[in-house]
Design a protein around this ligand. Sequence first.
Ligand SMILES: [Zn+2]
Ligand SMILES: [Zn+2]
Length: 387
Amino acid sequence: MSKRDYYEVLGVQKNVSEDDLKKAFRRLAMKHHPDRNPDNAESEAKFKEAKEAYEILNDPQKRAAYDQFGHAGVDQSGGGFGGGGGGQGGFGDVFEDIFGDIFGGGRGGRGGGGGANRAYRGSDLQYNLELTLEEAVFGSTTDIRVPSMQTCDTCSGSGAKPGTHPQTCPTCHGNGQVRIQQGFFAIQQTCPHCHGKGKIISDPCNDCHGQGRKEKQKTLSVRIPAGVDNGDRVRLAGEGEAGVNGGPAGDLYVQVFVKPHALFQREGDNLHCEVPIRFSTAALGGDFEVPTLDGNKMNLKVPAETQTGKQFRLRGKGVKSVRSSSVGDLICRVVVETPVNLTKRQRELLEELDASMHEGGKKHSPQEHGWTDKAKSFFKDLFEGDK
Ligand SMILES: [Zn+2]
Ligand SMILES: [Zn+2]
């Protein structure tokens, strides 16, 4: 098969400069581009031919080989000189090279929000709200101050000084975009005159400097429902940033952070607290008053011979769930305290008590006995394992 000369394909002289080579290819590519010539086999063939020629001649090394050896020097299937790698492959690379500057601008314009009077939704905002455990559990109403972009009152969002009006941009006639003809391609670009706004403000509003929006602090009264927990979010629809060109405002999300409490820890809908008790009370049993989160007191009956770590559950004294009607429990964990600051008399009583513990063969410290037994068998196993 005989191939046409690459220079001939592109319609250029052998000594063509890189710039002119590029121009020649661009002209041909636009003329024969498949998008412009759907279902036209001849155009497609011409497009491919031009692309191949340009790929070779645009590469100084391949061009030198072609100049010296002709098609044989660069024939990729024939394993000639410098075929290297992705020669035939990428449509993208060479295409990008040629059209990147055109399409790059066009894409940016479209994607970058050129639309003249297009309405944009304002951004969502997040506000981090610290609550006490009580506020989170029982609900509260609190005022928060939120900085946000608000429609300028002075110009009602137009950006023009009161009494004047923004003028339609003469360059784009209010479209915000202009069409540029590049060969067969008509390309939309953001209007360079009004930067896509479609309007020209000759007399900008003094308050917002023509932006139509201003940063303002607004005070909102937020009702926090009972039962919210760390990380919960309360959504206030439409309280985010003002929209642009009459677009809807964004939403405000109030994110809840619960401060640690001196007495209670929350786990799901349950509340936990530790109750220190005297060791004598732990042994003899007794009644206690424990506080509940709502500021009341509950009676907690601790039976005789209660050990440290024993948990007592006060049903329904936890948190009412924000998502269902279920109510959690208050779980009190008993911690037995060793007495300190003993008087002489108290020491004597304890020594007497201690001595009595060794009489009569009864086990008064179940955990200690259990532990001693385990330790014994541990050493025994160790000893026998040695043999
Ligand atoms: Zn204004
Ligand atoms: Zn314009």
